[in-house]
Write a protein that binds this ligand. Structure first.
Ligand code: CUA
Length: 174
């Protein structure tokens, strides 16, 4: 009888200690990451570490010549505020949200990418000609939703490699 009581108290103690612990990072975050694959990101630490730190946002030319665009959507803007990409080149877009659900759309195209906090949305884009597109949010995300707009500037395929890395990354300063 006594042994049973001790065992009961022991199990209860372990349960009371472990169940809350799983709610905090130690146990279920790695599990969540495993289930969610590589597309999991912590929306609270986007600016601090990992793929979506500020210096890594914008357009990057990869070693194999392909182009990747990384962005953050947050109430009520897209970061960077202006994206510059080359025409006629497949572009890999990786975007995540720092807060609510947003939807990134490009004027005059069918492209629309749902952006959810906690995960990375990926899309393949290609723009045939140089020009300018409006990027806007299509998912109602709060009071400033209708003002959540940015620009995408497409430059010719020849011009793009001639730009400095900083100019390629974003056209927000233009
Ligand atoms: Cu973001 Cu609507």
């Amino acid at each position: 009888m006594r042994l049973k009581q001790i065992r009961f108290v022991l199990i209860l103690t372990v349960a009371l200690c472990c169940i809350p612990a799983t709610r905090f990072y130690e146990i279920d975050l790695p599990l969540f990451r495993f289930l969610n694959g590589q597309n999991h990101v912590d929306p609270l630490s986007l600016h601090l570490s990992g793929e979506f730190v500020e210096s890594n946002l914008g357009t990057a030319q990869e070693a194999d010549g392909s182009v990747t665009v990384r962005m953050i959507a947050e109430q009520y803007l897209f970061i960077p505020h202006c994206i510059l990409v080359p025409a006629g080149v497949p572009i890999r877009l990786r975007v995540t949200s720092a807060d609510a659900v947003h939807s990134l759309s490009f004027s005059d195209t069918n492209y629309a990418v749902k952006v959810v906090p906690g995960s990375v949305s990926q899309a393949r884009l290609q723009f045939p000609h140089a020009g300018e597109y409006k990027m806007s949010c299509r998912e109602f995300c709060g009071a400033g939703h209708y003002a959540m707009r940015s620009r995408l500037v497409v430059v010719s395929r020849d011009q793009f490699p001639k730009l400095q890395a900083g100019e390629r990354g974003s056209c927000a300063a233009r």
